[in-house]
Design a protein around this ligand. Structure first.
Ligand SMILES: *[C@@H]1O[C@H](CO)[C@@H](O)[C@H](O)[C@H]1NC(C)=O
Ligand SMILES: *[C@@H]1O[C@H](CO)[C@@H](O)[C@H](O)[C@H]1NC(C)=O
Length: 473
């Protein structure tokens, strides 16, 4: 089996290289970025612009595309989708987490661990109404859901591949975190159903929302095991009123909490004060540690919003990015237009996302994808208490049991840069669970970037998953 896979990978790489020799570079010069204001000199190409997905309705999605730093033609194409729902992949994905630059005052500084060291990175602002993406018919913003998001993302990809035909046959991966636990597998499923596979090879999702009850109820154990709440409050969450109930009442159904739930919620709020960063419990507050997509998920709970006062604290990095993307010269350089909104926002304040969608489980899509030969990587950072690893790990093991995935590589430590001590669990051929490592936090842009980058590289190449049957480079 190992041997066969190796051949497939070798064949694919040869085909990719061969193709790159044949294809004359046909790039959309109009979308080419000459220079982003304040950026250092770089040798890779960048593109950005709107791609119309519905001519009649004047609906267009905005993308930012960064070619790989080296060996462009042999590196995969990776689409990054930020979750939210409704947050920007360019703001919180490219400029905060894994793109080549980060705003600092008036200039952009290099991100040493940018994912474009390993891939050609495509950042998409989606659905329409997020960032620079728009729909001229604004009444469509009143009701946006997962189905619309996935459909529009697919329509975008179809058009994008006609603009960049040389990427059509390239190994293609879809990645994202948090609420992208919905976006990513749903788009992958639609791609498979549409008979337009492109060259979809895999998906990778970090601290993903996969199943409402399990994910949100795991917060209690997480808080308790990290010393954030008392035994009695934990007891309250487990025996009186679980967190998913509180979340559902407050954010989805908009009904008042029952007295007993209210009591648990109050206890919790008193203990987990605003001095704890729930997105990275190991950090001090007011560090640029907030990934906005997870922030949105949490914003939905009024209780935490008001009692934590998070919004007034965690502004550092987000503010820099918002300022940068609202500069006129930056928008001109990006070929960006603001349509129907007066400014660019990290998370949309014009769309009304149907929050019942949060309760739609996506865990089973992962099983379906794995069975269809799509590589699935689920990874969790240990600092994130918004979608804690405890729930994710439980869901992944349950799924593996249900669909009959066997463990082929045992749980093991992970050392960056070593070929044999790799990581956690590999299930039959296509399904991976990365163990919770402090190194792989939600806040990749801080102390965890390096580990994350090499983890992704190995995932694209699949070489280390096979215990270095061969090395690609
Ligand atoms: C605008 O969108 C709404 C809601 O999706 C739809 O009902 C309406 O027909 C659209 N208007 C036009 C002019 O297409
Ligand atoms: C959460 O509480 C509700 C109401 O008591 C219950 O129906 C549900 O099963 C609980 N969920 C979990 C995962 O324990």
């Amino acid at each position: 089996m190992m041997r066969i896979e190796s051949w497939i990978i070798i064949t694919t790489i040869c085909a990719t290289l061969f193709q790159s020799f044949l294809t004359a570079k046909s790039v959309p010069e109009a979308h080419k970025i000459i220079n982003l204001p304040g950026q250092p000199h770089v040798s890779f190409h960048q593109y950005a612009g709107h791609v119309t997905i519905d001519e009649k309705q004047q609906k267009a999605l905005f993308y930012y595309f960064v070619e790989a730093e080296t060996k462009v033609a042999s590196k995969p194409l990776v689409l990054w989708l930020t979750g939210g729902p409704g947050c920007s992949s360019i703001g919180s994905g490219a400029l905060m987490e894994n793109g080549p630059f980060r705003p600092s005052g008036d200039i952009l500084i290099r991100n040493e661990y940018s994912w474009n060291k390993e891939a050609n990175m495509l950042y998409l602002e989606s659905p329409a109404g997020v960032g620079f993406s728009y729909h001229a018919n604004k009444s469509s913003y009143n009701s946006v859901n997962d189905e619309i998001t996935a459909r529009d993302n697919l329509a975008f990809l179809k058009s994008w591949f006609t603009i960049f035909p040389e990427y059509k046959k390239r190994d293609f991966f879809i990645t994202g975190g948090s609420y992208a636990g919905h976006y990513v597998p749903q788009l992958a499923q639609l791609i498979l159903q549409s008979n337009m596979r492109f060259n979809l090879k895999g998906i990778a999702i970090g601290n993903p929302l996969l199943e409402f009850n399990t994910d949100f109820n795991s917060r209690a154990e997480y808080w308790w095991s990290h010393g954030l709440i008392s035994d009695s409050t934990y007891e309250g969450f487990t025996s009186l009123c679980n967190f998913s109930q509180i979340f559902r009442s407050q954010s989805i159904q908009n009904v008042p909490l029952s007295p007993v739930c209210s009591k648990v919620a109050t206890e919790y709020s008193r203990e987990v004060t605003k001095f704890i960063d729930i997105y990275d419990v190991t950090l001090d507050v007011c560090l640029p540690s907030i990934v906005s997509q997870s922030k949105m998920l949490n914003k939905l709970v009024n209780l935490e919003l008001t009692l934590h006062d998070k919004w007034n604290i965690d502004v550092c990095e987000e503010e820099e990015i918002t300022k940068y993307l609202n500069r006129k010269d930056v928008q001109v350089a990006l070929n960006a237009k603001l349509i129907g909104v007066s400014r660019w926002n990290m998370c949309s304040d014009v769309i009304n996302y149907e929050l019942q969608n949060l309760e739609v489980p996506t865990i089973h899509l992962l099983g379906m994808l794995a069975k269809s030969g799509i590589r699935v990587l689920v990874y969790s950072g240990d600092q994130d208490s918004v979608i804690p690893l405890i729930g994710t790990r439980k869901l992944v093991y349950e799924l593996a049991r249900e669909v009959g995935l066997k463990i082929t590589v045992p749980y093991r430590p992970w050392f960056e840069g070593k070929t044999d001590s790799w990581f956690g669990h590999k299930f039959t051929e296509t399904f991976y669970l990365l163990p919770p490592l402090e190194e792989l936090g939600m806040e990749f842009h801080l102390h965890s970037q390096r580990g994350h980058l090499s983890c992704l590289r190995d995932f694209y190449q699949e070489s280390r998953y096979q215990k270095h049957s061969f090395e690609l480079s």
